[in-house]
Ligand binder design. Structure first.
Ligand code: PGA
Length: 239
């Protein structure tokens, strides 16, 4: 039987405060979905003590290294000590602003797995790749250079986030989401032993969440801006 439980992950990016975390302490997500909140590192302790036990804790990044002279970095094992179970890896903002390559992303996925964290690996095409019909090619190369090098028995989550849809209010149409998710699913199925959940991310909100989540092979949502508003996020968690 197919598991219909969806994953709703919140990416707070460099936003949020102790005050906002207190507001979110009242959030009790629906039983039919798994909710993961990824706040900034500094709010992980408050998240652990304030959020409902049914909400899982995620980080937004980790180092590829375990320890040592890497000023400003945080390792996967440090996150594990903070009760983190998931970590976003390869978000397009990390790829673009912090020049993370697929190789670095691969090393970070390996580091996360070594520390028993579940990596949520973000992939997606840029607007110029979309305009030149290179979406599937871009996804293919991101998967080949990172995910396809991970042992097939490992547990990972993939987030398909078209770069042009992040924070823009634009989303692909239903057919585009169906096509890309099917493509990613087929490719991951050839490599991994288990079914890998594929989340959709990019301008997901309380109005479009039910429609997007019902598309075939969409295993949940990765939500940025809309995850910072408690009522809006609650609606998304219940969709
Ligand atoms: P958005 O961000 O929902 O604000 O578009 C999604 C993300 O960056 O993960």
């Amino acid at each position: 039987m197919k598991n219909n439980k969806k994953i709703i992950a919140a990416n707070w990016k460099m936003n949020g405060s102790e005050e906002l975390m207190k507001e979110f302490s009242q959030l009790t997500p629906a039983r039919h979905n798994d909710v993961i909140i990824c706040p900034p590192f500094t709010l992980l302790d408050s998240a652990k003590s304030l959020l409902s036990n049914s909400i899982k804790l995620g980080a937004q990044n980790c180092s590829a290294e375990d320890k040592g002279p890497f000023t400003g970095e945080i390792s996967a094992s440090m996150l594990q000590e903070k009760n983190v179970s998931h970590v976003l890896i390869g978000h397009s903002e990390r790829r673009t602003l912090f020049k993370e390559t697929d190789y670095v992303i691969l090393k970070k996925i390996e580091a996360a797995i070594k520390s028993k964290l579940i990596p949520i690996v973000c992939i997606g095409e840029t607007i110029s790749e979309k305009k030149t019909n290179k979406t599937l090619q871009a996804l293919d190369s991101q998967i080949n250079r990172s995910l396809a090098k991970i042992q097939p028995h490992e547990q990972v989550i993939v987030a398909y986030e078209p770069v042009w849809a992040i924070g823009t209010g634009l989303t692909p149409d239903e057919n585009e989401i169906r096509e890309t998710h099917l493509y990613i699913k087929t490719k991951l199925n050839q490599h991994f032993n288990a079914d890998i959940p594929i989340l959709y991310g990019g301008s997901a909100n309380s109005e479009n969440c039910s429609q997007i989540i019902s598309i075939e092979n969409v295993g949940g949502l990765l939500v940025g801006g809309a995850s910072l508003k408690k009522h809006e996020f609650k609606t998304i968690c219940n969709c």
